[in-house]
Design a protein around this ligand. Structure first.
Ligand code: HEC
Length: 196
């Protein structure tokens, strides 16, 4: 008795520990989506690879003044812009706020479009898809069963097109991580619940 008790106790502890450990390890669909690198092609929450912020630049310099002149902006207006020579702005609001006191509201309104066209550049806007990912599918808000079967079809080679090799590239990684239908279903359910 004296000897058996600790053994039984150890077994109970091990079993309990195992249960807690398994629970601690059970990942949600959202966590799997990140750990399995899905987000790196399908974007955060499967919303597509979109830019989180706008990237733009406004810079007046000699070349811009010349092209404004060619575009018909009068010399006195160009002269008023000179204090901004070589000052870089990364936000449209800030650039307009700097132009306003130099030109006054009426002239700003008249020449704003030309100044932005020649002195500004928008690389991309918030929400634009990143280059190279334009035709990668957006997963958020699709039907669970659809997402699940498509994942399986792509990974198991039943859905093949010019894009699908990219997705199959992670297959060895999924195999190493022992990902089964259970995890694919969890991910599909999670994605289906994300608002489009
Ligand atoms: C290396 C880039 C890449 C990674 C990583 C990736 N995918 Fe994809 N996925 C794609 C591409 C590209 C397609 C489109 C393939 C096609 O059209 O057959 C696709 C298609 C899908 C589709 C079908 C969507 C539809 O509308 O038909 C689902 C679902 C999907 N992926 C889920 C996942 C999940 C879940 C993961 C993570 C386990 C993942 N993908 C990881 C590139 C990737």
């Amino acid at each position: 008795m004296v000897r058996k008790f600790p053994v039984a106790w150890v077994v109970v502890v091990l079993v309990l520990f195992g249960l807690f450990d398994a629970r601690a390890k059970a990942e949600t669909g959202a966590e799997l989506f990140i750990r399995l690198t899905c987000y790196s092609c399908h974007g955060a929450e499967g919303r597509g690879m979109i830019h989180p912020e706008t990237r733009e630049k406004y810079l007046l310099k000699k070349k811009v003044f010349n092209s404004l002149k060619t575009a018909g902006v009068p010399d006195d207006i160009i002269k008023k812009l000179k204090p901004l020579n070589k000052k870089k702005f990364e936000q449209l609001d800030e650039f307009l706020a700097a132009l306003a006191p130099l030109l006054g509201p009426a002239d700003l309104k008249t020449y704003q479009a030309l100044i932005l066209e020649h002195g500004g550049r928008v690389y991309y806007r918030k929400g634009d898809l990143m280059r190279g990912f334009e035709n990668y599918p957006i997963l958020a808000g699709n039907k669970e069963i659809y997402l699940f079967t498509q994942m399986k079809d792509i990974l198991e080679g039943r859905r093949i097109n010019g894009n699908s090799d990219a997705m199959r590239g992670i297959k060895p990684f999924l195999v190493t991580n022992k990902i089964t239908d259970k995890e694919f279903r969890l991910i599909a359910r999670y994605l289906s619940q994300v608002k489009k």
